[in-house]
Design a binder for this molecule. Structure first.
Ligand code: NAD
Length: 341
């Protein structure tokens, strides 16, 4: 039995508690949260021990689950890793690049396992594609959410887009070549909506739009590759594959189209989506990697690489924003030279 301690029992922390309880290989030891209201609710609902001493909780556990606000991921991870414990940390792995690098190095030195909560990797709409070879040339991504003050202590890039950055980095087997980005801070001090273009060395281009000020929700990735279009709806949990049928394929729905290159057969398939809970799947997968001494599916390096791209995006946005304000300032002069008659 692996012993688990949870840091942070706010909105997501409670989902984690519910899911840890359903994993037979673990036992919940206790939690740490300075918020009395959250702590009392958890004590009453889950009958779980509240620790007032962080180190005592860490010492009593094999796995520390970090579900605190983002700026506290690093100090809790640092404490747990230094005490030789395995860590599950919510996304983004840390706040700064330095913190991210330090976590990567500490995990290696302490020889512990760390998984980052990039939960979409366990979304059944995505895992349904595990047998399909993904080799996209173009990727279109939309992640739109209604405004919710929770999570807005970080930009929409770290709050929402980081999920898609991680998915794209896990699909495209190539390094990032260039990034261009623009974003606008509408309701908070950091970008609430952003559009980003990432070009990879292998020629693949990803176009990502994220917004946390939308009227409706959407979480979709569309992949275009030489012989197929793949649509993944993370929210509705369905996946569609439209592809050129190959000899021997036996797809249920197929039709012919005439092209200048002759008749082509197109098939449309919807892989079976297993009903499942992605949070339970990611936590179970982490437990499995510890018990079998395997690398976690979303390890510290994946967490770091997603952070690195997210930071580059933010830098581009801040440069493009200051360029726009400079141009606006320059353009403030009256247009005397224009004939407006
Ligand atoms: P929240 O504000 O609802 O909860 C955070 C909790 O941490 C609060 O109860 C707070 O009192 C507690 N806390 C503060 N300081 C602490 C400390 N030093 N030690 C222990 N606990 C402390 O926030 P949330 O929405 O639950 O988000 C928590 C984390 O989860 C964030 O990093 C966020 O990015 C991440 N998150 C991930 C997803 C996802 O899809 N994977 C979704 C939502 C949130």
């Amino acid at each position: 039995m692996l012993k688990v301690g949870v840091f942070g029992v706010g909105h997501l922390g409670k989902y984690h508690l519910n899911n840890w309880k359903e994993i037979p290989e673990v036992t919940l030891i206790g939690f740490f949260d300075p918020n009395n209201e959250h702590a009392h609710e958890v004590e009453a609902t889950y009958g779980l021990k509240r620790y007032m001493d962080e180190e005592a909780l860490i010492a009593a556990c094999d796995i520390i689950d970090v579900v605190t606000p983002t700026h506290l991921h690093f100090p809790v991870c640092e404490m747990a890793i230094k005490m030789g414990k395995n860590v599950f940390v919510e996304k983004p792995m840390a706040n700064t690049i330095e913190e991210g690098k330090t976590i990567v190095n500490m995990v290696k030195e302490a020889n512990v396992k760390l998984q980052v909560g990039h939960v979409e990797r366990f979304n059944p709409a995505y895992t349904a594609l595990k047998d399909l070879e993904l080799n996209p040339l173009f990727i279109e991504v939309h992640r739109l959410a209604q405004f919710n003050p929770r999570g807005t202590e970080v930009s929409v890039i770290f709050d929402l887009m980081i999920h898609d950055i991680d998915i794209i980095l896990s699909i495209v087997k190539s390094d990032v070549k260039t990034i261009s980005a623009s974003g606008v801070a509408v309701l908070t001090d950091t970008p609430d909506i952003a559009n980003v273009r990432i070009e990879f060395n292998n020629g693949c281009v990803a176009n990502l739009t994220s917004s946390r000020i939308s009227m409706k929700k959407m979480r979709k990735i569309r992949l275009f590759q030489k012989d197929a279009y793949i649509g993944i709806d993370f929210l509705e949990k369905n996946t569609e594959i439209i592809k050129l049928q190959q000899p021997g394929d036996n797809d249920a729905f197929a039709f012919d189209i005439e092209t200048h290159q002759g008749t082509k057969t197109i098939s449309i398939t919807n892989p079976v989506i297993e009903q499942g809970n992605a949070i339970k799947a990611e936590l179970s997968s982490f437990v499995h990697s510890i018990m079998n001494d395997e690398t976690p599916i979303v390890n510290e390096m994946d967490g770091y690489l997603a952070m690195e791209v997210a930071h580059q995006i933010l830098e581009k946005i801040s440069k493009s924003t200051s360029k726009v304000s400079q141009t606006l300032a320059q353009d403030d002069s009256p247009r005397e030279d224009l004939n407006t008659d």
